[in-house]
Design a binder for this molecule. Structure first.
Ligand SMILES: *Cc1c(COP(=O)(O)O)cnc(C)c1O
Length: 385
């Protein structure tokens, strides 16, 4: 006797909005196509080729010659959890440079692995200066410093050039979240001496969430080889490195990596290789500059005061008094079919978060947002009278 009857699935109507939140972004047409490619088993030549292509694409993406590059099954958080759990054990201290929600998440992850954590903060509209971070490194002597490159909760971009050297002077590793900055904002892993980095497909790479590139420097690799703790099996980098053939001649099964995901990631990296990093950075900068210039036609204010700290992928703006953030987002969706987001974490009730990235990073999308926002500002004023 079955005690549960089969459910009836009703197909609801769904009009896809233009995805202009802090993620996910719309997909490249080639990525949509790639996801319907045949399923490949984890033990066949074609699967090996796809993984090899992806590893080359990730080395280009992060600008690293490191061999220890692969992709984690899971969204951006899987990358975060992988780098923290592989590099830090209960005897280690993680210094977290906090200016938004992702650093808070890193804190939540680190605590679960019993890492000792110290948080140093700046106000949400600021970024860190290196003197501040160096004085903390001197004082805390952490195993690693965690910092977010682009912060999608506040809309700021952190300068990282030179930070790796400072960390290494104080014997700390540098761990970086590049989820919402990679491919849109310059990032040079080897040149900047970054030790562990993760990103996600769903932001400026214009792919689906579900597979997340990570890379480790030689220093980080040394730390992993000599660690005394064990990370979760699913996130164990040395085991995954055998599946991803990071050192040559190993195709060891660890888990079944999703076929649509590896095809999608390969297509994202192929789009980037075709456009090139420099051109992609330039495009995101040009479109963000255009959007930031035009947004000044509206009665809104930038949350991030210094123009050089503004992130090109996610713009945060403060609405004039009297407007409700959630209502604004709802109106944009209902009347203009554009999806933007209200605040998250420290910016709840304080800012709108507007994402222009990946395939959506075009002047047309920026202009459509300005038009939609102009009409929403007018429309909501009328309805509240
Ligand atoms: C979106 C985002 C994440 C989380 O990624 P998920 O794919 O949702 O797990 C982490 N860091 C930053 C900076 C992000 O923008």
């Amino acid at each position: 006797m079955l005690s549960v009857s089969p459910p009836e699935f009703v197909d609801r109507e769904f009009t896809k909005p233009l995805l202009c939140g802090p993620g996910p972004a719309d997909l490249w047409p080639s990525v949509i196509e790639a996801m319907s490619k045949p399923s490949v088993t984890t033990m066949c030549e074609e699967f090996y080729h796809v993984l090899d292509d992806i590893r080359l694409g990730i080395q280009y993406l992060f600008q690293t010659r490191s061999k220890l590059v692969l992709a984690m099954s899971g969204s951006g958080h899987a990358g975060m959890e992988a780098i923290i759990s592989n590099l830090l054990g209960p005897d280690d201290t993680l210094l977290i440079a906090a200016r938004g929600i992702w650093d808070e998440r890193a804190l939540g992850v680190a605590k679960r692995y019993g890492n000792f954590t110290i948080v140093t903060e700046v106000p949400i509209s600021n970024t860190f200066d290196f003197e501040h971070l160096e004085s903390m490194l001197k004082k805390v002597k952490p195993t690693a410093l965690f910092i977010t490159h682009g912060d999608s909760s506040t809309g700021s971009v952190q300068n990282l050039e030179g930070l790796g050297k400072i960390c290494h002077k104080h014997r700390a590793l540098l761990l970086v979240d590049t989820v919402v900055s990679i491919a849109a904002v310059p990032f040079l892993m080897d040149e900047w001496e970054v030790d562990a980095v993760y990103t996600s497909t769903q932001k400026a790479l214009s792919g689906p969430p579900g597979i997340s590139p990570v890379a480790f420097s030689a220093r980080a690799e040394h730390k992993i080889k000599n660690r005394k703790h064990e990370p979760p099996f699913y996130f164990d980098i040395p085991l995954l490195a055998l599946q991803w053939n990071c050192y040559g001649n190993s195709r060891k099964y660890h888990h079944t990596i999703s076929s649509p995901m590896i095809w999608a990631l390969r297509a994202c990296l192929q789009e980037l290789a075709k456009e090139t990093l420099q051109k992609s950075w330039e495009r995101h900068t040009r479109v963000a500059n255009h959007f930031h210039k035009r947004i000044q036609e509206l009665p809104v204010k930038f949350l991030i005061t210094k123009p050089e700290d503004r992130l090109s992928t996610v713009t945060t703006v403060v609405l004039p008094p009297g407007y409700d953030y959630l209502q604004f987002v709802k109106y944009m969706r209902e009347k203009h079919n554009i999806l933007i987001f209200a605040g998250l974490g420290p910016t709840v009730g304080k800012a709108l978060r507007i994402g222009i990235m990946g395939v959506n990073s075009t002047i047309e999308v920026a202009d459509a947002l300005i038009e939609g926002m102009t009409s929403t500002l007018k429309g909501l004023k009328k309805s509240s009278l």
